[in-house]
Design a protein around this ligand. Structure first.
Ligand code: NAD
Length: 499
């Protein structure tokens, strides 16, 4: 059995806590490795190394820091196949999807190569007589990130690329479900020229997270994962004086207007609802057709497409649509929620229960499910299922559809499918959700925009990546400088307007 490590001080380091978690191959259900779960002492050791290394890194000019990231991009491209294979083996997603995971992280690294431009401060010449004023953005120091299982390459890169570009050291506590790719990314960063101690991977669970939250040296914490944990980390981190941003769960609605191209909408829904087995925070889990006739046409278009989905292991080729879910516990939770949908009166139009894949009976596969006539009081509507289950809520009007999306506690992403620019514009303007797609089902913003939801999908002020990340990972220092002649006139005791 492979024993994974931490990556501390530029080396693979064995766990010393004596605690481990199993890492599964979700396609076969086999335990393929064990990952060490760090204790407070191991975390403190990494923090001390980070604090020492960070001083020199912050003093390295931004262009040189950017060159390390440039080299890192080259290495990610060089090792794309290796990374994707390792990612699929632990996560279960298909190889093309795993490459997308790496690619969407890589694009943020590319954006961060612009650090010299993005870190330029503001300067006011002659703010007063003989007075200049300038602001600079300085690194925070030691920063940390806690990431979810579903994007083990992309989300760590969304955090550590801007953190490092800004001159911070970064401690990554990845998901214990799929820790191999984060370890590989740390190795590649050092191959690219990053000094030892600037990126470290400390594996673990709640104990390691609590050690981060209690550590006085760590200045900021980024978190992506489920909402209850996001709330806990935000509250505890803030109470301990840290800068914190936490991104939580989702229940993303897609509104289908009567004038939508139904084939296009149905295709989009199938990809957005079932891709990556529904284990995406931007997955569409609720379809909201407007009007009974639209709903009937939508269901008619969806059913054959869903029934045709090919579910299988990542090794079965690129025409597999989606793979297993991440753990047997995730599978059991999805099955439990599906049962509540049936019990609470929703109409199960495509029944993915009892899905079986010959040769992979112990894998964590879940067949695709489509529910019709779902209502807002049902558990399958209220809770994030994070599996291949699409719920249809029929709305009588556009206003009713809009209200559904607005009343839901989550506000990560949403989409509208229509040919009517006026309806699309109204929707984008009024809906209280962070990321909006117009005839685009998964509106994940590109690296140079920012990513973030509203409502219970986020805790904190700034979004991920784009310009917000450079704000999150720096603090502003503003200098007011005077080089006057005639300074020997005595002190000034009141704030004065500038002359
Ligand atoms: P999770 O909340 O179970 O775990 C996320 C991280 O928190 C992991 O590193 C885990 O080790 C740690 N953790 C787990 N339990 C903890 C505890 N009790 N105390 C402290 N730390 C703990 O989430 P997950 O299952 O890995 O990921 C799926 C969730 O992430 C979904 O809810 C999904 O919507 C969300 N997600 C959100 C975004 C976004 O940007 N909004 C992106 C991706 C995933």
């Amino acid at each position: 059995m492979q024993e994974l490590t931490h990556y501390i001080g530029g080396a693979h380091v064995k766990g010393t806590s004596g605690r481990f978690a199993d890492v599964y191959n979700p396609a076969t259900g086999e335990v393929q490795a064990k990952v060490p779960l760090a204790n407070g002492e191991e975390m403190a050791g990494a923090v001390a190394i980070a604090a020492e290394a960070q001083v020199g890194w912050a003093a390295t000019n931004p262009q040189r820091r950017a060159r390390v990231l440039m080299a890192f991009v080259g290495l990610l491209n060089r090792d794309m196949d290796r990374l994707a294979e390792a990612l699929s083996r632990e996560h279960g997603k298909t190889i093309p999807d795993a490459k997308g995971d790496v690619q969407r992280g890589l694009e943020v690294v590319e954006y961060c190569i612009g650090a010299p431009e993005l870190l330029k401060g503001d300067y006011t010449d002659a703010a007063g007589l003989g007075i200049d004023m300038y602001s600079m953005r300085q690194a925070l120091g030691v920063t940390a990130g806690i990431t979810p299982f579903n994007f083990p390459a992309m989300i760590p890169m969304w955090m550590f690329a801007p953190a490092i570009a800004c001159g911070n050291a970064f401690i990554l506590k990845p998901s214990e479900r799929d820790p191999s790719v984060p370890l590989m990314l740390a190795e590649l960063l050092e191959e690219a020229g990053l000094p030892k101690g600037i990126i470290q991977v400390v594996n673990g669970d709640k104990e390691a997270v609590d050690a981060i939250l209690q550590d006085d040296v760590i200045q900021s914490v980024g978190f992506v994962g489920s909402t209850p944990i996001a709330e806990y980390i935000y509250a505890t981190g803030c109470a301990n004086g840290k800068r914190v941003q936490c991104f939580g769960g989702a229940k993303n609605h897609m509104i289908i207007m009567p004038d939508a191209d139904m084939d296009q909408a149905a295709d989009a829904l199938v990809g957005a609802g079932f891709g990556a087995a529904g284990e995406r925070c931007m997955a569409i889990s609720v379809a909201v057709p407007v009007g009974e006739e639209t709903a009937d046409r939508l269901i008619e278009a969806l059913v054959p497409k869903i029934e045709k989905l090919k579910v299988g292991p990542y090794t079965a080729g690129d025409d597999v649509d989606y793979g297993p879910v991440v753990t047997s516990a995730a599978k059991a939770n999805i099955e439990r929620l599906v049962q509540t949908g049936i019990d609470q009166g929703a109409n199960l139009v495509v029944d993915g229960r009892n899905f079986n894949l010959q040769g992979y009976e112990d894998g964590f596969f879940v067949g695709p499910h489509l529910f019709d006539n779902v209502t807002p009081d049902m558990d399958i509507y209220k809770y994030e299922i994070f599996g291949p289950v699409l719920s249809t809520v029929r709305a009588g009007s556009y206003e009713e559809a809009l209200k559904l999306a607005m009343d839901h506690e989550y506000g990560n992403g949403t989409a509208i499918f229509t040919r009517d620019g006026d309806a699309a514009r109204d929707f984008a303007s009024r809906v209280n959700v962070g990321m909006i797609g117009i005839n685009v089902p998964i509106p994940v913003p590109l690296a140079y925009h920012t990513f973030g939801g509203w409502k219970k999908s986020v805790f904190g002020d700034l979004n991920q990546h784009g310009p917000d990340a450079f704000k999150f990972y720096t603090r502003t220092k503003t200098v007011t400088a005077r080089w006057p002649s005639g300074i020997k006139q005595g002190g000034e005791f009141n704030f004065k307007p500038m002359d």
